[in-house]
Design a protein around this ligand. Structure first.
Ligand code: PMP
Length: 457
């Protein structure tokens, strides 16, 4: 008998299984489809690999010293990898994350003794409140600290070049033709694609993106378009900036997947394949199905399932949440019914630097009760008649100032298939309208209380 023990939990990272998907692709995808299931890592995600690699490279470079503090802006999975490695290696961790992330992810980081600071999601990356800015500030202010910076740290992609890529190559005996991967920092797809393309240049890398993210348009046009940026629900993939780990030359094509299609597919992976995976696995799989005609019979497609389903029990695996978001087939009327007869006029908006006077004119001339406020084309707030009225009455001087000074938070977003009941529940005195987005037609509509009253009466 041979002793088969590990010296610590970090040694168990990697060598994850590659499992054939038998039901979801059947009759839809001619090629053979295999999922690289990264949930068996100790932190239940692929991110353990790059977290340890970033730490070990920083140790070697003398950037992370004994007793130091690791700082990172993380949506949870990288934080988990860093937190586990920090326990084993004796570092402290302080993470910033956004209020969009599952509560389960934040609680899991705290379970490993990490400190977690939750920041607002819908602000520019340069905004001092953003989780990027807060983590940079913490790095400056904390002695003996090191910021991992997964977005731009080359050790991230390198971990996948050294581990995930070779594993897939060996597991398929070099017979991989296509790689399908959700893209966030870009580390996974670019590290794996670089390795596989070096071994076999015909391998195609298909990046899965979300509606609301800048990647696809940038790849196709070279334009970084802030108009592409919208709040979205899908977790882990898509960005509102260009991380250095995304090497666009290694990604052959980006495919966008809606929040709804990703959420529904996440549940199907559990029910039809018996694999409990996270939301970005749903995105990647839904994107793979959208791309079905690109994969030939006899070819091998590898899709990466980044993380575990437990982190999404309150969301994609919760029927009440799915219904509330309009992702399950709704009963009765939906947002689509409310906007079906609307002219395809662009949504009226006002730039944050325009005057309050101009906003007041737009509201009165068009009999609008609110108007969304933009910054470089990105929706970032709203002016509604009630608040506008009280601000002007309190101080008429505000009329000459920018709308930014009196605006409210941005209106909530919902998918076009959301039920009218769910929309009605989203309207509150502070948020008297909701923006409804038809991602496939690239159209945004505003739905107000009057629209709901008309629909229900
Ligand atoms: N899925 C999940 C659940 C993630 O946490 C991440 C990382 N943000 C990704 C996909 C994307 O991976 P990468 O950052 O390597 O592009």
């Amino acid at each position: 008998m041979q002793r088969r023990t590990y010296n610590n939990i970090l040694e168990t990272i990697g060598n994850t299984p590659l499992v054939r998907l038998n039901r979801i692709p059947k009759g839809v995808v001619a090629a053979d489809v295999y999922a690289k299931i990264e949930t068996t890592n100790p932190g239940n995600s692929i991110k353990d690999r790059m977290a340890v690699k970033m730490i070990e490279d920083a140790e070697k470079a003398g950037k992370l010293k004994p007793g130091g503090t690791i700082i990172e802006g993380t949506s949870g999975n990288t934080g988990m990898g860093l937190a586990i490695a920090a326990v084993v290696k004796g570092y402290k961790c302080v993470f910033t994350t956004t209020d969009k992330q599952s509560k389960e992810k934040v609680d899991a980081l705290r379970a490993f003794g990490a400190e977690v600071i939750v920041c607002p999601t819908d602000v520019d990356p340069e905004d001092p409140r953003s989780y990027y800015s807060v983590s940079s500030r913490l790095e400056r202010d904390t002695p003996n600290s090191w910021k991992a910076n997964q977005y731009d740290n080359p050790s991230n992609a390198q971990a996948h070049y050294e581990q995930t890529g070779p594993e897939i190559w060996e597991q398929t005996e070099g017979k991989v033709d296509h790689l399908v991967v959700g893209v966030g920092t870009g580390g996974t797809i670019c590290g794996v694609a670089k390795y596989l393309k070096e071994r076999r240049p015909s391998v195609k890398a298909w990046g899965i993106d979300t509606y609301g993210s800048v990647f696809k348009k940038y790849k196709e046009t070279g334009v970084f378009d802030k108009n592409e940026i919208y709040p979205y629900i899908t977790e882990g993939i898509g960005e509102d900036f260009l991380p250095q780990n995304v090497d666009f030359s290694l990604i052959d094509h980006f495919e966008k997947v809606t929040d709804r299609d990703a959420a529904i597919m996440t549940g199907r992976i559990a029910r039809e394949e018996g694999i409990f995976a996270g939301n970005s696995a749903g995105s990647a799989m839904a994107g793979l199905i959208q791309l079905a005609d690109r994969f030939e019979k006899g070819e091998t497609v590898v899709v990466v399932f980044h993380d575990h389903g437990t982190r999404y029990l309150g969301k994609m695996y919760n029927p009440d949440w799915m219904r509330e978001k309009g992702f399950l087939d709704p009963k009765g009327l939906t947002a689509r019914d409310l906007v079906v007869n609307r002219l395809k006029a662009p949504l009226a908006t006002i730039d944050r630097n325009e005057t309050v006077e101009k906003a007041a004119h737009i509201l009165t001339e068009n009999a609008y009760s609110q108007i969304p406020v933009t910054s470089d084309g990105r929706l970032m707030g709203t002016v509604n008649e009630g608040h506008l009225y009280s601000a002007i009455v309190k101080n008429p001087e505000v009329l000459k100032g920018p709308v930014e000074a009196i605006m409210q938070p941005a209106l909530p977003f919902a998918d076009i298939s959301t039920s009218v009941d769910a929309l009605a529940a989203m309207l509150t005195p502070d948020s008297p309208a909701v923006l409804v987005r038809d991602f496939k037609l690239d159209a945004t509509y505003i739905i107000t209380r009057w629209d709901i009253i008309k629909a229900l009466s």
